[in-house]
Design a protein around this ligand. Sequence first.
Ligand SMILES: Cc1ncc(COP(=O)(O)O)c(C=O)c1O
Length: 334
Amino acid sequence: MASLSSLANPISKISHSSPKFGVQITISRNVSSLGHGSPYDQLAVFGSTVTRSNSVRYSFRVQASVELTQISDVPLLSCSEAIERLRKTRECYKSKQKYLAMYSSVFGGVTTDPAAMAIPMDDHMVHRGHGVFDTAAIMDGYLYELEQHLDRFLQSAHMARITPPFDRESIRRILIQTVSASKCRKGSLRYWLSAGPGDFQLSPSGCHQSALYAIVIYDQSPSDYKGVKVVTSSIPMKPPQFAIMKNVNYLPNVLSKMEAEENGGYAAIWLDSDGFIAEGPNMNVAFVTKGKELLMPHFDKILSGCTAKRVMVLAEDLVRDGKLTSITSSFLGL
Ligand SMILES: Cc1ncc(COP(=O)(O)O)c(C=O)c1O
């Protein structure tokens, strides 16, 4: 198969035939669409989604007994052209998203260029959801409760049967150095462990090496201490085996959040199979009763939240001060 670099200018037509299936593919490169000032299609974040504007036309002609498939008007890009387009796309988002630094074990370093903040399409986390993640808040230049988050991160990796590419101390050092390179003092650090790039198969046995990714996101939103409205979720919650590990399969969580928003709420709260209050799509819940008891659902079927655990520790002071009467973790009905 010819490589992109072998395509001739100004227009290339190259035929690939597969003797096995007798299908011939003809690719035409429309060079005019690559020139300066050309309309760019929008290529997405981290290689997982691709969107296009109207200005890019895709014409795929597929016949039932396909002998010939023609693809035209889809530009073929060199690596530098693709990166340049990614950079331009990023610039359009700049005001909203501030990604200050990314570490990838695949390229073995930190980049501060958002155009390079991508992960391979064949990473098992991208196409099979075989990855885990965690976050830590960056407050005044410090990582809040990093050790607790790291414990959960490695525990999630263990449950997802991902052997990290580095030991705990090295991961910790990489995360701190990534934040340091970002110069961020307020924001969040998100990090993933994945089975790594492989071969698009279901089994991870073809993945060469597990991967660690981390990204620093600047957050300038003011803290909002006002209350929020919540509803109960009609989306089934994940079974405990998957709910207690922070894995990347968040489709139920996303649908639940969308359901809340459609009903004028901020979050939809899951009830477990016995009807007890469980958790929100990316948060734990707790209640303060009229009798000033702090009630927290058990963590056995939900994610054991670092924030919720910290609240329980800090609440001990409130009990001592008489502002709360007790702190209880139990089964909570509606
Ligand atoms: C499903 C779920 N429950 C609870 C939480 C809260 O966890 P933490 O307080 O550790 O951020 C999260 C966080 O993202 C979550 O995704």
